[in-house]
Ligand binder design. Structure first.
Ligand code: TTP
Ligand code: MG
Length: 347
């Protein structure tokens, strides 16, 4: 199955938070980092980047390059606070989130029915609304390309890389842009006349190992747009679920069953990615009077297959009081445990 992966990365993260908390800094060359003589720059605003300032640059050099820069000390606790707010937004989209750093993550949205571009826009909008900050989002069918895409038109970027565009996008790129090719390898390769991905494409497989060591094979694939790394999820979850507010309030059980089916697919996919099985299924509804209700069913056996989730979901749905119209429906599974190899379907 072709995957759909999103990579998100906040823009000038620490500096953007400093501007948010002190609006008089907005649009100015803000440089966050060790302010003492021997300190280094953590990051800086895009305004400061115009002067050649960048992360990891010694502060005294940044002062030379940008004498009117506004140097502010690091407030790590505050950045972590905003970071958790952002991750909460990401986890509200899917539980298949792999955090990479304080401001960066991968999301596997392969099994969400909405169009990936729409999901990306939703993330951007929510982040803006809830934090006032901008995030750049890249979408593609693997991690490498999604990350490349999020960097494509930073700040406040959004970019999708489709499979048929890959050669035209990758071939002209300088090799340093390829994840895994560092400064050292770039220098070495430039020395033998290799500057772009197009130049690198001409090198035979076996030479990649000698240039890049154990990552040789991965880089060989990467420049061809191939990257099979999975989105790694580590957070322990207690339940997995999806919910939606309906476009119009309804009480038609067949229509509601369609939502059960759609969400069951998402849930089965998430369970599979986490190698989990569930024992309990809960349907949450909110009726037109804005009151929330839940109905649960716990089975004797663990279940994880989409057809099983649909069956249990259908059983729970039948028990729901449909006298009032429903405005929101959600399904979740809980009582989770790691799936054993011999696990078989209960049906
Ligand atoms: P980045 O995402 O690399 O940078 P950024 O968010 O500031 O800017 P961009 O728009 O290019 O994404 O890193 C996220 C935060 O991590 C950054 O705001 C500060 C911190 N950081 C350091 O402290 N030291 C470093 O060398 C780097 C690269 C980042
Ligand atoms: Mg960033």
């Amino acid at each position: 199955m072709k995957r759909s992966i999103i990579h998100v990365d906040m823009d000038a993260f620490f500096a953007a938070i400093e501007e948010k908390d002190n609006p008089s800094l907005k649009g100015k060359p803000v440089i966050v980092g060790g302010t003492e003589e021997r300190g280094v720059v953590c990051t800086c605003s895009y305004e400061a980047r115009k002067f050649g300032v960048h992360s990891a640059m010694p502060t005294y050099i940044a002062k030379q390059k940008c004498p009117f820069g506004i140097f502010v000390p690091v407030r790590y606790e505050r950045y972590k606070e905003i970071s958790s707010q952002i991750f909460e937004i990401l986890f509200s989209i899917t539980d298949l989130v792999e955090p990479l750093s304080i401001d960066e993550a991968y999301l596997d949205i392969s099994n969400i029915e909405d169009e990936s571009l729409m999901i990306a826009k939703k993330i951007k909008k929510k982040v803006k609304e809830e934090t006032g900050l901008t995030i750049s989002v890249g979408i593609s069918y693997n991690k490498f390309l999604a990350k490349l895409a999020s960097d494509w038109n930073k700040p406040d970027g959004i970019k999708i890389i489709e499979e048929n565009e890959v050669p035209e996008i990758l071939l002209p790129l300088p090799i340093r842009k390829i994840y895994g090719i560092g400064e050292k390898s770039t220098k070495k390769l430039n020395g033998i006349g290799i500057y772009t991905v197009n130049d690198l494409m001409k090198i035979p497989t076996d030479l990649f190992e000698s240039y890049f060591g154990k990552y040789g094979h991965e880089i060989y694939n990467r420049i061809r747009g191939i990257d099979n790394r999975e989105v790694k999820i580590s957070r322990k979850v207690k339940s997995i679920g999806r919910e939606t507010t309906l476009k119009r309030d309804i009480n038609d059980i067949d229509k509601l069953q369609k939502y059960v089916e759609r969400f069951s697919k998402n849930i089965a996919y998430s369970l599979e990615k986490r190698n989990l099985a569930a024992k309990t299924l809960t349907i949450k509804t909110r009726t037109s009077d804005f009151i929330s209700h839940t109905k649960s069913k716990t089975m004797n056996e663990y279940f994880y297959k989409v057809e099983d989730i649909i069956i249990v979901g259908g059983q729970v749905l039948k028990e729901i009081d449909l006298n009032l119209d429903i405005r929101l429906i959600g399904i979740s599974v809980s009582n989770l445990k790691e799936k054993s190899l011999e696990q078989i379907s209960m049906f």
